[in-house]
Write a protein that binds this ligand. Structure first.
Ligand code: PLP
Length: 427
């Protein structure tokens, strides 16, 4: 006689693939997904009561860890005060004022409910501002599930596109030019062919959605200069890097000023918040004062606004970005030392508190430089790590996130477990 259906079996009956976002299904690592019922500090607790040190942290938002007390208090207070008004309130004002006061290239902020919406809004502003329709993105960069962004390069260079999803029209595809990262010649060719018709270039200045493909600052500068010489707007998608690698994101670290910036993840402290932000004259193209329409029933929801402000002010008051840098560097060094004896030690690639393990020693800067063994190797590491009490993001192409709740003792235990998992995977 068969036992009761598992949660996953039940979920598959009522939800496509049993999940509400594809990576959660564990397709890349195999096996049934874990179900979690609680998170506290650096750990997640499975439905059957196992505690795992979590390096996914909800794919990045939880920079203070799970159930941070300050953020929880702010969210509880928001619920006590009524959680959605659909009207003006002081909480989004406080968060927007804080951001404008701390991020020099931001004069105005429009809050939305996800990173995807932030990208949609930025692209629409760019088209409205320039009167042009073509967009340029880079292979391997993810900008949410906006139709025009679900496109990657074919085997050729700029202009050759192929959809990454069914359901996207040829007309949409034809308006997106895709170029490999870290390729000066391809970039120059794309601009000489399309520069005068590009509304915007969108880039993750720290590409972190196909592994962690750290870019050369000179390459980003070249991109910024091509944009300014052709009247193309430069959009930094800092949904991952914003308020994660530092207070002013990659723009601050590289000293490059984008025209528009997309935020998500950390800005909402784990609640559904995104934002499009930038210079006043561009942002003021938005309705109700400008011709570019954008709206949202739950935009600037008070719970997310108050949780977001509590998160950012707490990280800032703790000098949290510097502390995360210290802990992440020590963790990466410790892990590297523990696996140094392997015949082919994997690379531990890092930018602030964002990390990625690459199966070979190389540090790739573009998608086609990623070792073809990456996916299969990481699947072994993932399961061996879970068996040792550590939860990594369930794909070899997703990055790890450290939080301020991962203290030195926790990171020591985690380094031991992950090194053990890598040694087992190599055996
Ligand atoms: N942009 C980047 C760089 C992202 O990493 C993501 C999500 O991971 C998005 C946009 C989309 O954000 P959301 O999932 O909140 O819609």
């Amino acid at each position: 006689m068969s036992g009761p259906a598992s949660l996953y079996e039940r979920a598959r009956r009522v939800t496509p693939g049993g999940v509400h976002s594809p990576v959660r299904a564990f397709r890349s690592v195999g096996g049934d997904p874990l179900f979690f019922t609680r998170g506290h500090g650096p750990t997640l607790v499975t439905q059957d009561g196992r505690e795992l040190i979590d390096f996914c942290q909800s794919f990045g938002p939880l920079i203070l860890g799970h159930h941070d007390e300050t953020v929880a208090r702010a969210a509880h207070q928001a619920i006590d005060d009524g959680w959605s008004f659909g009207a003006c309130e002081p909480y989004s004002l406080a968060l927007a004022e804080w951001i404008v006061a701390h991020v020099p290239h931001v004069d105005r902020v429009r809050f939305v409910s996800s990173g995807t919406e932030a990208v949609m809004t930025a692209l629409r502003i760019a088209r409205g501002a320039t009167g042009r329709s073509r967009l340029l993105k880079f292979e391997g960069c993810y900008h949410g599930h906006v139709d025009s962004m679900l496109v990657r390069a074919g085997s050729g260079l700029a202009g050759r596109t192929a959809a990454s999803s069914a359901g996207i029209s040829d007309a949409t595809l034809s308006e997106t030019v895709v170029v490999p990262l870290d390729d000066d010649a391809a970039l120059d060719r794309a601009f000489s062919e399309h520069g005068s018709s590009l509304a915007a270039v969108i880039v993750e200045p720290l590409p972190a959605n196909h592994g962690l493909l750290r870019q050369r600052t000179e390459w980003l500068r070249r991109l910024a200069s091509l944009c300014s010489s052709t009247g193309t707007l430069l959009i930094f998608d800092e949904v991952i890097s914003g308020f994660r690698v530092g207070l002013t994101g990659m723009a601050g670290l590289t000293d490059i000023t984008p025209d528009l910036t997309c935020y998500g993840k950390v800005i909402g402290g784990g609640f559904p918040v995104g934002a499009c932000a930038g210079r006043a004259e561009l942002m003021d193209l938005l309705a109700p004062i400008g011709p570019v329409y954008q709206a949202g029933t739950l935009s600037a929801n008070p719970v997310g606004m108050r949780a977001g402000l509590a998160t950012l002010t707490k990280v800032a008051s703790l000098d949290g970005w510097r502390e995360l840098e210290r802990r992440a560097e020590a963790f990466a060094d410790d892990l590297a030392a523990r696996i140094a004896g392997l015949a082919e030690p994997p690379a531990i690639i890092r930018a602030g508190s964002v990390l990625w393990f690459h199966v070979s020693r190389q540090t790739p800067r573009r998608v086609d430089a990623i070792d073809s063994r990456q996916g299969a190797w990481f699947a072994k590491v993932f399961h061996a790590a879970v068996a040792r009490g550590v939860y990594l993001p369930p794909s070899g192409f997703e990055v790890l996130f450290l939080s301020l709740a991962h203290d030195d003792a926790c990171l020591d235990r985690a380094a031991d477990a992950i090194a053990g998992a890598m040694i087992e995977a190599a055996a």
